[in-house]
Structure formats: C-alpha cells, structure tokens
Design a protein around this ligand. Structure first.
Ligand SMILES: Cc1ncc(COP(=O)(O)O)c(C=O)c1O
Length: 415
C-alpha cells in the first residue's frame, strides 16, 4: 500500500475494520486457547475499556509529569512484591521485555565479577524469549533436556553451572506442558554456587497464589524459596489485564538497580528509565492497576475457581477418550495432549487429523511438536461439554493430518 494522498472518514475506517474482524479469531466464545485470556467478566471488561480511554494519550516515560500513572505503577509493583515476596521491581510491556530485563541485569552482574562470556542455563522447555534475550544481549544459552516428566533436570543443571553462568532459569510453569520445574532444588544449587536464579512465572505468576489457596498442590516456586533472585510474572496473562503489562521483580534492591538506566551525556537533560522502552503508553499501567484493584483477592480466587472447573472438566473429558493421552502431569491450567502410544484397542490416533476436524468444528487448538496445546481461562468453564463431545467425535472420525505446521499461538495461513 502506498501512502494515502487523502484521508478517509472515521466511519469508513471503522466499517472496514468491523467487516475484516469478522474473520479474526473469536476468543469470547471459549473456542480459542492461546493469545487471549477470556475472563468472561463484562463488568471488568467495561472498566478496562473506560480506563484505557482515559489514559490513551498519556506517556509514562517521565512519570513525574503524570503523577496518577506514577502512583498506579508504584501500587502495581507493591501489590506484586507482596504477592510473591519480592523487595523491588518494575513494570514492563510483557513477558519478553521482563525476561530481557532480568537477563540484562544478570549479565551485568556477572560482568561486574569479571565474567567476559556470560552464560544462561535453562531447560529446553524455557520460553523462546530467553533465546531471544540471549541473542540480543550476547549471552550464550545452555539448553538442557528435561526429565521424562517434562520438568527441568536438577542433575543436568548442576553439571551445567560453572564460573561463566550469569543466570539459571526455571519455569513456573513452562508453556508447552504446564509443569513447574523443581525450583527449590535448582535455586538451592544456584545459591550454593553464588549464582543468580530466575523464575519465569510470566504465565502462571498471577494464578498460582490462588491455585494454592484453593487447596491445589503447588510446589514452592516464588521468593519464599531461598536462592530465587528474580522473577517475571505477566499481568496481561492470568492477571487478566489487557496487553502490555508485566512485572519483573527482585529479591534485592541492589540487583534491581542494575536494570535502571540513567544518562546525561547529551544536551537534552537527565534521561532515566527502569525498563527498555522510552515512551511508555499509559493504558497498560492504568489497566493493570484497575484490574488488580477491581478484582482483589476475592475476585482472583473466584476466577481461579472457574479455571479449575474448566481444567477438571477438560482433563477428565480427554482422559476418558480412548486413544488420547495428556503428555505430562500438569501443575496448573494448561497442558498438551496427544495420541496415546500405548493404545491397544485400535490404531494410534492421528492427532493432526483430529486437530483438523476440531479446526473445522471451530475450535482453535495450537499444534505443538508432540500434540495439541490447551490453555484454559475462566470462560472455558462454559464449553467443557461441547468441547469433549466434539473431541470424542473427532477422534472417532478423522482423516490423515492435512499437515498444518506446529506454530506457537496458531496455524499458518497456507493460502
Ligand atoms: C512461560 C512464558 N514465559 C514468557 C512468555 C512471554 O510472554 P510475552 O508473550 O508476553 O512476551 C510466555 C508467553 O506465553 C510464557 O508462556
């Protein structure tokens, strides 16, 4: 498209977008399992629309100009610190930025002790944001196979930790299988060697405290674990805020200070910021604050209960279908399921073919290398029976896999 010579009316633009969006993924109906967290709470959604509009044009780059945003951001960080037991941290635009900041902080901490070729040790289930951060920040990533249960292997971690290790990373939980790494064991090994240990709770951070309160078994994973030095948790995932809101947190203020950037070697005055962005939009900060304070503990507990209902229904339904198997034993509300290799009652299920049928029925399951990925939000509690019925039908009657690629967050349009 070339640059338009004349502008178009607002009505025209809105009509075009409305028409085009009719084909976009509809997450409200509970038929999508990634990218959007369907809270199914119209009151919260109305509040989010309103608060976003109020702060639409404000810039949090210099927060002292926008004191309301400054206060909100401070309170979001305070709430996060109290939830996870941190002492300092900042907001960022998302999980990837939080991870970048934690890796940069650890790299600079390692450099300060004389490390010239810093390394990051993680399991191969760690989110790609770590590989991306390593690429951008010139850190060598040491990727380790997991144990058979999909969790990080402490023995392999012990062998991989060395004098150049800048950061040891564990996930709580990892995205592909929804399992929590053995945080206590690995963080203790890192602490023994005086190394930093980051918990990636981007996905689970804002759900796990409520999951635990509901009485679900949750192994220790946050700053209550000695040896955990930093943690990332996204408010725009199970914190139920709209996109652009994450937190990166530290056990020690001194470590957090390595994240802060200050510059006055130019004629434009002192420039200071605590995350990688310059100009920062106001709506994600205001939206995170409004969401957390609107929901409160009772609201988050209520939503966690709905997620648990969905999780119980989905897992029981899938386990009840002959030929399917949940890949691991998930600790939270997401998992992979695939063809059961031990099936004796018939030929193995072609899980790609099942996914094709589910696509045709309007379900949007992401394909992973070993099966299909399910991540559940509160709104999925309304579709348990419909999903299980369609899945059972798809297993009973499907063709060979059409060959859609395994793509994080959805299929590639082959047209
Ligand atoms: C475990 C985990 N870490 C990090 C991220 C990256 O978060 P974002 O996509 O907000 O950058 C994700 C995203 O799903 C994740 O699941």
């Amino acid at each position: 498209m070339s640059f338009p010579s004349t502008g178009r009316s607002a009505d025209d633009i809105l009509a075009e977008v409305a028409q085009e969006r009719a084909d976009d993924l509809d997450w409200r109906g509970g038929r999508a399992f990634s990218l959007v967290y369907n809270v199914d709470d119209p009151e919260l959604e109305a509040l989010q629309h309103e608060i976003a509009a109020i702060f639409l044009h404000e810039n949090a780059l210099n927060p002292f100009r926008y004191r309301t945003l400054l206060r909100m951001e401070g309170e979001v960080i305070d709430m996060a610190c109290s939830l996870f037991g941190a002492s300092a941290g900042s907001m960022s635009s998302g999980g990837t930025e939080s991870i970048f900041l934690a890796v940069q902080t650890a790299r600079d901490h390692a450099r300060a002790r004389g490390v010239t070729a810093p390394e990051l040790v993680c399991a191969e289930t760690a989110h790609p944001a770590f590989a991306k951060a390593c690429k951008y920040l010139d850190v060598r990533q040491v990727l380790l196979p997991t144990r058979a249960d999909g969790r990080a292997d402490p023995e392999r971690f012990a062998a991989a930790m060395g004098p150049d290790t800048a950061l040891v990373v564990v996930s709580s939980p990892c995205y592909p299988f929804g399992v929590i790494d053995p945080v206590e064991e690995i963080a203790a090994m890192a602490a023994e060697r005086d190394l930093l240990c980051h918990v990636d709770a981007c996905l689970g951070g804002y759900l796990l405290p409520w999951w635990e309160r509901l009485g679900e078994p949750v192994p220790p994973w946050d700053f209550r674990v000695e040896g955990v030095t930093s943690l990332s948790a996204d408010i725009h995932k199970y914190g139920y805020a709209y996109k652009g809101a994450s937190t990166v947190l530290y056990r020690d203020e001194d470590l957090y200070r390595r994240q802060i950037f200050m510059y006055d070697s130019w004629p434009g005055g002192l420039y200071a910021s605590s995350s990688s962005a310059g100009t920062r939009p106001g709506p994600p900060i205001a939206g995170a604050w409004a969401t957390m304070t609107h929901l409160g503990e009772d609201g988050y507990l209520r939503l966690a209960e709905r997620v648990r209902t969905a999780m119980r229904g989905f897992t029981a339904g899938i386990e009840g279908i002959d030929g399917l198997r949940i890949t691991s034993d998930p600790d939270l509300s997401l998992f992979e399921f695939g063809s059961d290799p031990d099936r004796t009652s018939g030929p193995p299920v072609d899980i790609g073919g099942v996914a094709d049928v589910m696509d045709d029925k309007g379900w949007n399951l992401d394909r992973q290398q070993g099966g299909l990925h399910v991540m559940l939000s509160p709104g999925h509690d309304k579709v348990v029976d419909a999903f299980v019925t369609d899945l059972a039908d798809a297993v009973a009657d499907h063709d060979a896999d059409r060959g859609d690629e395994h793509v994080y967050g959805g299929v590639v349009d082959r047209a």
